[in-house]
Design a protein around this ligand. Structure first.
Ligand code: FAD
Length: 449
């Protein structure tokens, strides 16, 4: 793929969302000379890191008319990545020891991440181009390959017909709950919550709770619940047979296989044969991609949580590069990856970088989907990058003409995963990769001195 030799172009670009993705996308777009408007329905930058004690009116998130809350942060949340690895590549997330307001821990609380993102927005002048309390309600194609964006202010005024050359979607994907399907659940009398509406363990005090899920938040929440609930039962798809049963070092926590059925006498049966009479089911079962404002005449769809067809998780070939998505991959280190995706988008929009032809992109996507299918990977895991994330990042970096991921960051990610596995309860405070922390700080001198 060769760079084009066209004149650099400056585009009028709408960025939807001022979370980490929208902030870095805006910075990269502006660095590349584009004119950017950021639409943000909240009243501050930071997206999911803006903690609120408020929860939605339907605690399980099924009622389409429920009151909405964007963030899924819980009160006690500390990051599950160390700050060195988590931060943007050229704006290190370093501890600010001299400021008492800040949380200098290596795995800080959510407020520290929000403060870092706010610092980033100020440092790069992004805050000034955000239209706060302005929700995008419609994005659609108009003649000439441009995009119409309709937005609504908090007071309900709808702004129609703003036309942009390009739209970058950065609306996040931890807001629309995905709920486990349980046979018989409609007759079951207990309460159900989704972790989107979990803030602290108080509502679960003295209750028998079944928590569904085996990912990061379920691990944190189950431990927190064990401190107040009568019993905590974890139902997980990925549990090994030998791990099923009462958990060592807890007197009120059990691990089970998946739930088989729920019954009107309050009982819940698991596939491993165990049965529990429960008060609450807490679904820690993840989220759905959702773009309620986006009208592409069926070109981009969400099917079983696959957003597609997308070339490298960013561009729908038929609409590239004027429509793009930042931040869809999961099981990744998000911020540095958002940064690289954003550089790619910005460079393409200015004609500095070229895309393959639409046909080539479609071929690539088809080959990717076939590979997933042949490997038995379900559609809903399409955007799960996991082990491939650094290969993907380095591919992006090469296209953008910037350095590949730092060796220390790659190694640190592996070390952290191992440490989390070995010390699930204390990994945030005990580690053995100080040599990598030193390397990271050596590297940060490029940006902080
Ligand atoms: P968001 O942060 O969700 O931002 C999207 C923004 O878009 C929001 O501000 C929203 O208000 C706005 N928006 C949405 N729709 C519209 C609309 N129609 N019009 C206008 N504005 C709109 N990552 C880590 O790196 N480390 C961690 O330890 C970590 N822990 C996490 C813990 C939890 C519980 C969750 C949910 C996520 C965690 N993450 C973590 C991942 C986190 O989501 C990403 O780090 C990142 O913050 C996502 O940024 P984003 O910009 O893609 O989305």
């Amino acid at each position: 793929m060769q760079p084009t030799h066209h004149q650099p172009a400056s585009r009028h670009v709408a960025v939807i969302g001022a979370g980490a993705g929208g902030l870095v996308a805006s910075r990269e777009l502006r660095r590349e000379g584009h004119k950017v408007v950021v639409f943000e329905r909240g009243d501050q930058v930071g997206g999911t890191w803006v903690y609120t004690p408020t929860v939605e009116s339907d605690p399980i998130g099924l009622d389409p008319n429920r009151t909405r809350v964007h963030s899924s942060m819980y009160q006690s949340l500390r990051t599950n990545l160390p700050r060195e690895a988590m931060g943007f590549r050229d704006y290190p997330f370093v501890a600010i020891e001299e400021d008492e307001e800040r949380d200098p821990r290596r795995y800080p609380g959510h407020r520290e991440v929000l403060m870092y993102l706010k610092d980033f927005a100020i440092e790069f002048g992004v805050s000034e181009i955000v239209r706060f309390e302005t929700e995008v309600v419609f994005v659609g194609l108009v003649e000439g390959g441009k995009w119409k964006v309709k937005s609504k202010s908090k007071r309900g005024e709808v702004v129609e017909d703003e036309i942009f050359d390009a739209v970058v979607v950065c609306n996040g994907h931890h807001t629309e709950p995905c709920v486990a399907q349980i046979p018989g659940i409609n007759t079951w009398k207990g309460k159900q919550f989704h972790s989107h509406n979990y803030r602290n363990p108080e509502p679960f005090r003295d209750q028998v709770v079944i928590l569904i899920g085996g990912a990061a938040s379920s691990a944190d929440i189950s431990r927190e619940l064990a401190g107040v609930a009568k019993e905590v039962h974890i139902a997980s798809r990925s549990v090994a047979d030998e791990a099923i049963g009462k958990q060592p070092s807890y007197d009120n926590m059990w691990l089970h296989s998946v739930i088989k059925s729920a019954h009107d006498d309050g009982s819940v049966a698991f596939q491993d044969g165990s049965v529990v009479i429960a008060d609450i089911i807490l679904h820690c079962t993840g989220y759905k991609y959702d773009f309620p404002f986006l009208e592409t005449n069926g070109i981009v769809t969400v099917d079983d949580n696959r957003v597609g067809p997308l070339y490298k998780h960013v561009f729908p070939p038929a609409l590239a590069p004027s429509l793009s998505f930042v931040g869809l991959p999961w099981k990744v280190v998000p911020f540095p990856q958002f940064e690289l995706q954003s550089k790619w988008i910005a460079g393409l929009l200015s004609n500095r970088i070229a895309l393959p032809s639409k046909e080539e992109m479609m071929e690539d996507i088809k080959a990717f989907y076939s590979l997933l299918e042949a490997s038995g990977i379900p559609k809903r895991y399409t955007h799960n990058l996991g082990d491939c994330q650094f290969e993907y990042n380095d591919w992006l970096a090469a296209l953008c003409g910037c350095p590949v991921s730092e060796e220390w960051r790659k190694k640190m990610y592996l070390e952290v995963s191992k440490n989390r596995h070995a010390r699930p309860e204390t990994y945030r405070d005990e580690w053995e990769d100080d040599h990598l922390v030193l390397q990271a700080h050596e590297d940060f001198k490029k940006y902080t001195l």
